[in-house]
Write a protein of this length. Structure first.
Length: 353
């Protein structure tokens, strides 16, 4: 086996598939992955390593920083969410970016490491994506160095893939880099899709800026959806692999919760990790119409037979002395290939209430 640096990313090659343990639990960062192999997948967790049933959690926009900062982020809620997720003991946690408040400040990652100690104690696999705040208050080189120091197994990578057992595949993307047609990243996505194992039923695309979002009349361009992520949505809508696997796109950036079903793809905005809440006017296409605010939350997916059952868990009262949790959204993600009876039952095909 050898490691080669090429075009700022890390490529692994070997004469045969090699699986190995990536992290000891005593490392300073929570586990990122349990295995890697040579078929184009960066990290792999075997079935025997996973819960039965498999479960994973997605959320973002925590803004870990000095707990004295209570305007840009809510440190108490941030810690509540970390502790609750640790108690759930999921097989994977997808972080959709803005993990630090200022990625140029190494001290923000020190707060991240301190506050996520419960994740290390629970031996959780953590899979982060780069957000815009990962590049705040520093040069790109310095900010990436801080990120890679916090997540050393990702060094050299800005996007990467994970396989969880036989059924779930994850691509963590970098929406700060181009996703336009012909870009290096979109070509990588296409190659990953064409090489998917035949057993995969669900493919998660985890990134920071959302491709589908509630457009606000007076919203800024960044929060109303950008051409970069619109290009990703157009690419996924036409991907031939969509006919046999269900795509689920998890994003953040908007500090709220939104859910859409478009072109046979489930789109989530899960930006309730602790950052200052962002009020929105929900459009008719948003399948979540609850007026409650703020929405500090995470989303849990649990494998149930051939489908995934998803629940949004929300902090009932951020000002309470102790956390109380509400189940505010519940939906099913059905496989792309279904029996005739299941297909008739699910009029939305992929995101049934």
């Amino acid at each position: 086996m050898a490691l080669i640096a090429m075009n700022s990313k890390l490529y692994l090659y070997a004469a045969a598939t090699i699986t190995f343990q990536m992290l000891a639990c005593s490392r300073s960062a929570p586990p990122i992955a349990s295995a890697a192999q040579a078929n184009g997948t960066d990290f792999v967790a075997e079935n025997r390593e996973l819960n039965q049933p498999l479960r994973l959690i997605a959320y973002g926009d925590m803004r870990f920083t000095d707990p004295k900062e209570t305007s840009a982020t809510n440190p108490r809620v941030r810690r509540w969410l970390v502790a609750k997720i640790a108690d759930e003991k999921p097989d994977a946690v997808l972080l959709s970016g803005d993990v630090p408040w200022h990625g140029g400040n190494a001290s923000d990652y020190e707060v991240y490491r301190a506050e996520t100690e419960p994740w290390r104690a629970a031996h959780l696999r953590i899979y982060p994506a780069l957000g815009n705040h990962e590049f705040a208050e520093g040069t790109e080189r310095n900010c990436l160095e801080n990120w890679w120091n916090a997540f050393p197994e990702l060094r050299g990578r800005r996007w990467y893939s994970v396989q969880l057992g036989d059924s779930v595949y994850i691509m963590n993307l970098d929406s700060n880099s181009s996703l336009l047609p012909g870009s290096e990243q979109i070509q990588w996505i296409g190659n990953q899709l064409s090489d998917l194992p035949t057993s995969i039923r669900f493919v998660f695309f985890n990134l920071h800026h959302p491709p589908v979002v509630d457009v606000q009349a007076n919203g800024d361009a960044s929060h109303n959806g950008r051409p970069n992520e619109h290009a990703l949505a157009a690419f996924l809508a036409q991907a031939p692999e969509k006919s046999r696997v269900r795509f689920v796109v998890t994003a953040g950036h908007v500090h709220n919760y939104e859910r859409f079903y478009q072109d046979g793809i489930v789109y989530l905005v899960s930006g309730g990790g602790g950052a200052k809440p962002y009020p929105i006017v929900r459009q008719p296409a948003d399948l979540y119409q609850d007026p409650g605010f703020p929405n500090y939350h995470y989303v849990e997916f649990v494998e149930s037979g051939a489908k995934l059952v998803a629940t949004m868990f929300r902090v009932a009262d951020p000002n309470a002395a102790a956390p109380v949790w509400e189940e505010r959204d519940h939906f099913e993600v059905l496989p792309a290939v279904q029996s005739k009876s299941a297909s008739k039952k699910a009029h939305t095909a992929g995101a049934e209430r």
